[in-house]
Ligand binder design. Sequence first.
Ligand SMILES: [Zn+2]
Ligand SMILES: [Zn+2]
Length: 400
Amino acid sequence: MTSVDSFSQKENMAASNTAGCSTPSNDDNDVPTYEYIDINTKPFHFGTFENLWKETLNPKYYSFHDVHQETEDEEFGQEMGIPPETVNELKVICSLDTLRCCPENQPPVTDVVPADPGLMTLRMRKRRQDYKQTLHREFTCRQDLYATELESLGIGKKPLNPEDMLPEGEMTITVNVLFPLIVERFKQVRARQTLQVLMSHKLTQLRDAICCLQDLQVSGEFSNTPDTAPEFISKDLYKSAFFYLEGIFYNDMRYPEASDLSQTIREWAASHNFPTFQTAKMEETTFRDLKIKVGYPYLYCHQGDCEHVVIFTDIRLAHRDDCLDRKLYPLLTYKHRMISRKCAICNLYISRWVTSNDSLAPTDPCLFCEACFRTFHYDPQGNKLGQFLAFPYVDAGAFN
Ligand SMILES: [Zn+2]
Ligand SMILES: [Zn+2]
């Protein structure tokens, strides 16, 4: 159950209790309720939702400090209406030490697994046994094998400087950024990145954390002046971008040279009798100000036409097992690993250049690493050899 679910239930229960009736109330727009079951919620205001959580919950439930065991036992006893002796007795009886599947002196028989086990561990064992019997090999996808690697790095991480500690009661929002639509493969199915942002973050902080190859492209042909190529990264040249969330274009206008990329769309919409779209500045909007749907596909557009689907998949209170270093947010919890394209000559290093109309190359276009490109196409004095066009190549796998 997601935090959204649990909050809805809790709120509905609270609402029905106060109203003295058993029908859950779904009228409150500030509490997430499903628009389509298991897909997305109706739009709700993040800031109001945060306040409702904090009004509803006792602060000790989202405190980052460990609750003292004795206090916890005492509270448990009071809640259940049982004396401390019974609590202690229960602890002994339910202790892991008393959990046995066979007499103490005998080793457990691990070969016999019930036909239809309910426990996950037994199911795993059964699967292993079945696998051995059939010798049917199941390869784990590399992506799945390391899917939780980044996320586990941040678990429980505390800051070196106490001032960077995440405040208790801070809310985190999980965002999936999909591959751009121009990437045919995975364009609508796989997240390129999963990030955790804080409620207090501005939209620009999410924008800056999104890593897209289109931002790193170096446009232009540099066969005559290969040394100047790295000075022209697209992100530095074309700084405009927008998020389109619930009918509002949030434009990044931090830089004087940035333009309103949504203008063309809004003008087109106006000339075709669509409702008027609103605009806002990305750098002036925090996630607390947003009123959007969780689980719903929204749009992030940059570099003019590089469009990504962005989905806010969860919103919840931070707890003590989360990364507690505020400076590490927006926190990257997943990124899809890409295959690197190697140099056509050495087949060892990642490609940095792609050539075209190249009389020296075996294919057109042809990929080269930095060293092979230079030695193959230029003499020791740096003079160009033969005729070819050279473009800087940014390899998708270089950022794995
Ligand atoms: Zn992009
Ligand atoms: Zn090479």
